[in-house]
Design a protein around this ligand. Structure first.
Ligand SMILES: [Zn+2]
Length: 270
C-alpha cells in the first residue's frame, strides 16, 4: 500500500485543497474576480505548518496552477507534496467519464510541468469521485498511486455511506491504488465547515477519539478558509445563495484551530 511521506511522517496528515473561492461549487458567484492574494495565503500556510514541524500535501486544481504557477512551485520547493485536485472543480459525477479522464490527465500534466516531478496523488473536487472501479482504474492508468477522494459521510452533495476509516487498497485490472479516506468519529470534524463551526472542545475530543482508535486524523482545508472574514470583506462583490452562507462563515477561525491542534500533536499531548 502506497502512503505519501507527508502522511507517514506526522501524527496528523495535513492537506490543503488549493482552489479559488470562485471555483468552489457552493452557490457563490462573484460579480468580478475577487482580489484575494492566494500566493500570500499559501506562504502563510507554509509558515504555520513549518512552525510545528509539519509538511502538507497540497491538492492543487489545474486551473489554479495555470494562474499561479510560481505559488505551486514555491510550495513544492518548501517540501510540501504537490498532488492533483482535478482541473476545474466541477463535480466528477456530473461529467461524462471520458471528459473527466481527459481533464484529469491534463491537470496532472500541468502540475508536473511546473514542479518537474511526478504527481502521485489525487483528490476529487468536493469528494465527488464515484466509488466505482472504472474511476480508480483510470487513475492508475494516469499514473496516480493514491487517492484521497473518499468522505465517509453522506451529504446532499457528496460523500459515501460505506464505512472505511483506514487507508485501503483498491485492485483494478490495470494495477492497485491506495484510497486514504477522511476519518470520522460519528461525524466528520477535521476540516471545512466542521472545523470552523464545531465548538473547540468538541473538535479536540473528536481528534482524540480518532487517535485513540489508532487512526490518523486528516486535516483538510482551503486557502480561503485561512483568510479572516471572507464573507464580510467580499460580500458586496458576490452573489451568494443564502443556503450556502454557512459554507463560508467563520473563515479565519480555521487557522487558529489548526494552530491549537498542531500544538497539541507536536507536544505529543494527544
Ligand atoms: Zn475543492
Amino acid at each position: 500500500m502506497y502512503l505519501p511521506d507527508t502522511y507517514l511522517q506526522h501524527p496528523i496528515w495535513l492537506t490543503i485543497d488549493v482552489e479559488r473561492v470562485e471555483d468552489a461549487n457552493f452557490g457563490i458567484t462573484p460579480k468580478k474576480e475577487l482580489a484575494i492574494d492566494y500566493p500570500a495565503i499559501l506562504d502563510k500556510w507554509d509558515e504555520l505548518t513549518l512552525r510545528y514541524g509539519f509538511r502538507s500535501t497540497a491538492f492543487v486544481l489545474g486551473s489554479f496552477a495555470r494562474r499561479f504557477p510560481h505559488a505551486v512551485q514555491n510550495l513544492h520547493q518548501k517540501g510540501h507534496e504537490i498532488a492533483s485536485h482535478g482541473y476545474d472543480h466541477q463535480l466528477v459525477y456530473q461529467k461524462p467519464f471520458e471528459v473527466w479522464k481527459k481533464e484529469t490527465a491534463l491537470a496532472k500534466k500541468i502540475l508536473e510541468d511546473i514542479i518537474e516531478a511526478p504527481v502521485l496523488g489525487y483528490r476529487s473536487p468536493s469528494w465527488s469521485l464515484p466509488f466505482e472501479k472504472r474511476y480508480y482504474e483510470a487513475l492508475v492508468e494516469m499514473g496516480f498511486v493514491y487517492s484521497s477522494s473518499y468522505f465517509p459521510f453522506k451529504t446532499y452533495m457528496y460523500g459515501n455511506t460505506i464505512d472505511k476509516k483506514h487507508p485501503f487498497v483498491i485492485a483494478t485490472p490495470s494495477g492497485e491504488i491506495t484510497e486514504i479516506p477522511i476519518p470520522k468519529c460519528f461525524i466528520p470534524f477535521s476540516g471545512g465547515f466542521y472545523m470552523r463551526m464545531l465548538p473547540l472542545f468538541i473538535t479536540k475530543r473528536l481528534f482524540r477519539c480518532v487517535t485513540n482508535q489508532k487512526i490518523k486524523p486528516i486535516i483538510y482545508t482551503h486557502p480561503y478558509e485561512l483568510l479572516p472574514n471572507l464573507l464580510s470583506r467580499f460580500l458586496s462583490q458576490v452573489r451568494l445563495d443564502k443556503a450556502y452562507v454557512l459554507t463560508f462563515a467563520n473563515t479565519g477561525e480555521s487557522i487558529k484551530r489548526f494552530e491549537l491542534i498542531l500544538q497539541e500533536y507536536a507536544k505529543g499531548k494527544v
